[in-house]
Design a protein around this ligand. Structure first.
Ligand SMILES: Nc1nc2c(ncn2[C@@H]2O[C@H](COP(=O)(O)OP(=O)(O)OP(=O)(O)O)[C@@H](O)[C@H]2O)c(=O)[nH]1
Ligand SMILES: [Mg+2]
Length: 214
């Protein structure tokens, strides 16, 4: 006799239950949570540094950082007044909802009014695991080349919002930002895409408004 146990399905169902529990908890407290996903080096932490600086005196930001190792990102962001919790996943290529729930239990939610998750840097794994966020923000950048939107259909279909970051480098990378966004809009008509630069600040107010920070 062969018994088959679909472990993947069970893990994913258990994860989704925890993600729903997180969503209802945050709704109770009226705290939005954004899950930031994107390739290594696309600018996830830089966006969080930018917002932490800009909203230091007006917002109470909690950031949960996922990385294989080190607390570099949490240290970078916490310089600007945000509270950061670093989760090291070892070999794990994405965060699970149970890790977010554990992190949230370690703080008093009354102390915060906006939460970001910086997921582990890659454009593949994080999109398939719900961490309980209301918005899934996909961060990509012009230095990743012109084909990134076409090559990662699942991630961009799962996302609610995307950013094309580092547009200050577009000409040096020989990237036509408008044509990339035009192509991506055709592929993912449901996905708003905001061109940004954390260096010049271009597009950052639009992004802040879109996620409800402003
Ligand atoms: N020119 C330019 N550089 C940027 C921009 N945003 C981020 N960078 C640079 O890109 C590099 C990587 O940025 P990070 O914010 O650390 O990227 P990340 O997505 O958090 O990377 P991981 O956490 O390692 O996945 C840094 O050297 C940033 O200064 C931008 O808009 N323009
Ligand atoms: Mg980072």
């Amino acid at each position: 006799m062969v018994l088959r146990i679909d472990i993947d399905k069970k893990i994913s169902e258990a994860n989704d239950q925890i993600a729903e529990r997180i969503r209802s908890k945050l709704k109770e407290y009226n705290i939005p949570m954004v899950d930031i996903m994107g390739s290594v080096g696309s600018g996830k932490t830089s966006i969080l540094e930018y917002f932490s600086k800009k909203y230091e005196n007006t917002r109470k930001l909690l950031v949960i950082n996922g990385d294989l190792a080190t607390d570099i990102d949490a240290q970078r962001i916490s310089q600007f007044g945000s509270t950061c919790i670093q989760i090291n996943t070892g070999r794990g290529c994405h965060l699970f909802a149970f890790q977010i729930e554990t992190a949230l239990k370690s703080v008093d939610l009354n102390d915060f009014n906006f939460i970001f998750v910086e997921n582990v840097g890659n454009l593949i794994c994080p999109s398939s695991t719900d961490v309980g966020a209301g918005i899934k923000l996909v961060v990509t950048s012009v230095t990743e080349g012109p084909y990134v939107f076409r090559k990662h259909p699942i991630t961009f279909k799962m996302g609610n919002l995307a950013v094309l970051n580092k547009i200050d480098l577009a000409s040096i990378m020989e990237i036509n930002v408008n044509s990339i966004i035009f192509g991506a809009n055709e592929l993912y008509p449901q996905l708003p895409i905001i061109p940004t630069s954390t260096k010049t600040g271009e597009g950052m107010d639009t992004l802040a408004k879109k996620i409800g920070l402003e």
